[in-house]
Design a protein around this ligand. Structure first.
Ligand code: PEP
Ligand code: MG
Length: 329
């Protein structure tokens, strides 16, 4: 069994019909990149940088400490791409009260809809630029993609691009070296999925955050047990938003990934492949199971069944029936 898993780790994720699929890892701290490499991930698709800022007694990491953390993650991946998401605090990921007492982060009526993620970064421009400077400096050491969480509008993309330009200008002034980066937006607010055509020209890539996309599409708090039974990744509205995002991105040649839990759940692998997805990012422990699904998939056959599943009253049932002919079932 060990030898089999070892072989699997070194086997490229290619479908029966020859489509290459990238399986990347989600990590929370730089040390997790060892697990990503061990799992055979071909890069980091999501480094949740807010974990550097959480559970700290009072002080937040400054530019140099952040730079060292980002650099460590990038170097550990040996030239493979590393996607680092800017701080996504608020809602289910609160900052330590002490560290934020001086920041505008209290009295939120509805944290999931409040000043979180990119909204918080844009409201704290000097902290945001500090993180961007650390990221730009780390980009000298490998292939870095910067990912912005919870983008809802074009104005946020523009403000973010401006902040990045300012961070570069500051590095120029101080004579510090920095590297090239690609920039992308999380698509996790329904508005972003619907307005995707306006956002894409300003971005190098997008990554679909299904965890929040489901929460905001269905108005189901992802952390509220009382409504957990209504949190439905198979809801046709959710599937349409995901499909639309993949299609529009591919139509103009932009890279698109899924980095929410759906990417690491084998129940959705066939469906996402049928939608044209070729980049999945997941917890390192999920890579082997998803790779096994990919190796047994025939994307042309799956794609031919897609509209049947998307238009079904019960997509989960329809998917089991439509994709069920593969040896995976
Ligand atoms: C998501 O929302 O799907 C996601 C990947 O980000 P997080 O779970 O950190 O909100
Ligand atoms: Mg999210």
């Amino acid at each position: 069994e060990r030898a089999r898993l070892d072989r699997l780790r070194h086997t490229p994720a290619v479908t029966l019909d020859g489509e290459r699929v990238d399986l990347l890892a989600n990590i929370e701290l730089p040390d997790d990149s060892a697990a990503a490499v061990a799992a055979g991930a071909v890069g980091v698709g999501l480094f949740r940088s807010e974990f550097l800022f959480m559970n700290r007694e009072g002080s937040l990491p400054g530019e140099d400490e952040q730079y060292e953390a980002y650099r460590a993650a990038i170097e550990a991946m040996n030239g493979l791409p590393v996607t680092i998401r800017t701080i996504d605090i608020g809602a289910d990921k609160p900052l330590d009260r002490m560290s934020v007492s001086e920041l505008r982060h209290e009295h939120q009526l509805n944290p999931a809809m409040g000043l979180r993620a990119i909204r918080w970064s844009l409201a704290e421009p000097s902290m945001f630029r500090q993180q961007l400077r650390a990221l730009l400096r780390a980009a000298v050491h490998g292939k870095l993609r910067i990912l912005f969480p919870m983008i809802a509008s074009l104005s946020e993309v523009r403000a973010t691009v401006d902040a990045l330009a300012r961070a570069r200008a500051q590095l120029d002034e101080s004579g510090r070296a920095y590297g090239p980066v690609e920039i992308g937006a999380m698509i996790e607010v329904p508005a972003a999925a619907l307005a995707i055509d306006a956002l894409l020209p300003h971005l190098d890539f997008v990554s679909i955050g299904t965890n929040d996309l489901i929460q905001y599409t269905l108005a189901i708090d992802r952390a509220d047990e009382a409504v957990a039974h209504l949190y439905d990744p198979w809801h046709p509205a959710v599937l349409q938003l995901i499909h639309r995002t993949i299609e529009r991105a591919h139509a103009i040649g932009k890279h698109v990934a899924v980095c929410g839990e759906m990417a690491g759940d084998p129940a959705f692998t066939d469906l996402l492949l049928a939608m044209g997805l070729r980049s999945f990012s997941m917890h390192p422990s999920r890579v082997a199971a998803i790779k096994q699904r990919v190796l047994r998939a025939d994307t042309r056959r799956l794609a031919a069944q897609l509209s049947r599943v998307l238009h079904a009253e019960q997509p989960a049932v329809a998917a089991a029936a439509a994709f069920g002919g593969s040896p995976a079932h």
